[in-house]
Ligand binder design. Structure first.
Ligand code: CP
Length: 306
């Protein structure tokens, strides 16, 4: 039985296969409509979510299966003190697979050690968000036709942004990837990503604070939200929250074939005036997230696809 805690749990070949499957699902949805008949996914969300939880649920329903779960800690027995380990033991009696989001880093990993069903990390604190990474890789591959030989700009909260940590870890395995890390000094990427992932893999990267300086050289611009829920004091959040705002004027500096991605939710960091630009790919990205999660569910449940 396999779980998914980090994008590195899959080899590059397995990721490529998963994305091929996701692309086939996009083209032939009817072929997959009954592949999970009778199966159930449990979505155990101890932290708020719109996309991840609902796209997992949509993915299972699209495959013919059904959904159980909870959307907040308050509405589960965690509020009475039940541990994650006990909860997953119980859920293993009800469902065939589970997606778990938790504010504590490593909580889905703890669950996976006692689970009788595959556990998918749907975001753990500021650590990892591997299914967002599958979504991001599929979006980039679909938009650009490749995952190699690109300059990727990551902008905003690179310190707490788990989507950024997962995406960097996954992309360093492709050839010719360069990163421009755009953040205020206080929100720079953690040392373990800079040293153990980027430097250890001899990846070319630069760290800058001005978006205008970086944007002309990028093939992909990955914007992120400054995450209020990860700050210890309101004053720091207020100081940082509008540090970057991508608007039409800044987008004029970008290449014609640069795409803008964002894991969403967006607050102010992308002006709504950018939404109609053909380079704005963040709502397409949401749709790709459903295909990626359908492919993941089929893979972890070892459903035979002909
Ligand atoms: N991208 C993402 O994780 O969105 P949600 O928090 O809405 O799930």
């Amino acid at each position: 039985m396999r779980h998914l805690m980090s994008p590195l749990d899959f080899t590059v070949e397995e990721l490529d296969h998963l994305m091929d499957l996701a692309s086939d699902i996009e083209k032939n949805p009817k072929k997959y409509a009954h592949m999970c008949d009778g199966k159930k996914i449990a979505t155990l969300f101890y932290e708020p979510s719109t996309r991840t939880r609902l796209s997992f649920e949509t993915a299972m329903i699209n495959l013919g299966g059904s959904v159980i779960g909870f959307a907040s800690e308050d509405s589960s027995s965690a509020s009475k003190g039940e541990s994650v380990s006990d909860t997953i033991r119980v859920i293993s009696c009800f469902a065939d697979i589970c997606a778990m989001r938790h504010p504590k880093e490593g909580a889905p990993l703890v669950a996976s050690t006692v689970s009788k069903i595959p556990v998918i990390n749907a975001g753990d604190g500021g650590h990892q968000h591997p299914t967002q990474t599958l979504t991001d890789l599929l979006t980039i591959r679909s938009m650009k036709g490749r995952l190699s030989d690109m300059t990727i700009g990551l902008c905003g909260d690179l310190k707490f942004g788990r989507t950024v940590h997962s995406l960097i870890s996954a992309l360093v395995r492709y050839t010719g990837i360069k990163f421009v890390l755009i953040s205020p000094e206080e929100l720079q990427i953690p040392d373990y990503i800079r040293d153990d992932v980027l430097r250890a893999n001899h990846i070319e990267f630069e760290e800058v604070s001005r978006l205008e300086e970086a944007i002309p050289k990028l093939d992909i611009l990955y914007m992120t939200r400054v995450q209020k829920e990860r700050f210890f004091n309101e004053e720091d959040y207020v100081r940082m929250k509008d540090f970057y705002i991508l608007d039409k004027a800044k987008l004029k500096l970008a290449k014609e074939d640069m795409y803008v991605l964002h894991p969403l939710p967006r607050v102010n960091e992308i002006s709504v005036e950018v939404d109609n630009d053909p380079r704005a790919a963040y709502f397409n990205q949401v749709q790709y997230g459903v295909y990626a999660r359908m492919a993941l569910i089929l893979t972890l449940l070892e459903v035979k696809v002909c």
